[in-house]
Design a protein around this ligand. Structure first.
Ligand code: AMP
Length: 143
């Protein structure tokens, strides 16, 4: 994947362009999505400049993970909906447009506003082989 090394979210973090800031701590910033799928659609980003989730340090990942449930609760309160999606895209073909890790929190409203999902599920021919491949990948990449 070849992506720009600085993104619009780096400019937001640097204070060079404005955002509607909702939450900030040492490692995390949350702000309103400029083009929301539903009112309350939030973006939660690590301050660490990494394009993809698999590149994130444990420290940043933990900080984002710690902030997410509280931010989800705030989104639920303002949207009045207990249904929401948390979406995190990696790679242009997976719908990533901004190459700085970000989590969307998207309220799903009764009128249908929110994330629409296409879910073309299909059974695996050999789940055992898949599990074996994944387990050996994890063994080669200890935490
Ligand atoms: P993704 O497709 O997961 O990369 O989503 C990128 C998101 O960033 C989109 O939902 C955009 O609306 C949002 N976005 C892009 N620029 C800005 C900005 N300046 N402020 C807030 N959100 C933005």
């Amino acid at each position: 994947m070849s992506e720009p090394s600085t993104t619009i979210f780096d400019e937001i973090l640097a204070g060079d362009i404005p955002c509607h800031r909702v939450y900030e701590d040492d490692h995390v910033l949350a702000f309103l999505d400029i083009n929301p799928l539903s009112p309350g659609h939030l973006l939660v980003i690590p301050k660490e400049a990494k394009a993809h989730l698999h590149q994130l340090s444990d420290e940043s990942a933990a900080a984002v993970g710690r902030a997410l449930p509280r931010l989800c609760r705030a989104v639920m309160q303002v949207s009045g909906s207990s249904a929401y999606n948390v979406l995190q895209n990696n790679g242009a073909s997976a719908h990533q447009a901004v190459f700085h890790v970000h989590f969307h929190i998207i309220p799903k409203l009764e009128d249908g506003r929110g994330l629409g999902i296409h879910w073309p599920a299909a059974a695996l021919e050999s789940p055992e082989e898949m599990v074996e491949g994944l387990r050996s990948a994890l063994e080669r990449d200890p935490s």
